[in-house]
Design a protein around this ligand. Sequence first.
Ligand code: ZN
Length: 287
Amino acid sequence: MRDFSAGPQGLSINTATVRKQWKLDRIIDECARRDIRAISPWRDQVAAVGLDAVARRLRDAGVALSGYCRGGFYPAKDASGLAAALADNRQAVDEARALNAPCLVLVVGSLPGALDGHAAHKDIGRARGEVRDGIAATLEYARQAGMPLAIEPLHPMQAAERACINTLEQALDLCDELDPARSGALGVAVDLYHVWWDPKLAAQIARAGRERLLAYHVCDWLTPTRDLLNDRGMMGDGVIELRKVRGWMEAAGYAGHAEVEIFSDHWWAQPGEQVLDTCLARHRSVV
Ligand code: ZN
């Protein structure tokens, strides 16, 4: 297993972690100042600064991407909604390419309208079918662009609103169906917050292998968890066996970043400098 104790090697910051404190250009500078050489930005943060300006800033600062967040949200209540989602995903692929991302992360979506409290229907099977077809269409486009797609399974508590793919096994089944050659064009983002509890986690990481393991997101699971979305813990503050799982990832061939992604009202209320310094310290001591 790689040794992360010496410094920021292997560390990436998912920029949602400090999105309430800083805009993206400042986040890039603050990471570079700490010799953190990778980030994973969100589309709205990029749009707020401008795609070209962000690409320039990354180049000047010597900061690369560990992923781009995010595409997906395929299911819709009608044909025009489905088409709009496909167009939006093509645009996300183009942005990821402009920023030299190693992959575009997909949060696939589920019941249309559920996120706003008004689900258009209750047929999660239909949603799964639309997700399958949507990823297949995006994959065709992304292959031309040379942009790998990383399906991120979300914890089942998000199954209605955000993703009807909820386990690594389910995501890998879809990868096998749509990319049987294991070409590297389609894989998974393993976010520990979503999959740490899964009794099949070790076996599915091994099954995924190097070609399918495109991203690795870390934080921690707090007990008790007070909010289903915005109460993620800093690494080391919860119950996830971080080192053990990284061992499984690396044994399967993963050699990429450990990307810190913390949605947390607590950490968003702290000074950004303190959050990044804590991420770095915990990266060295517990990740
Ligand atoms: Zn994630």
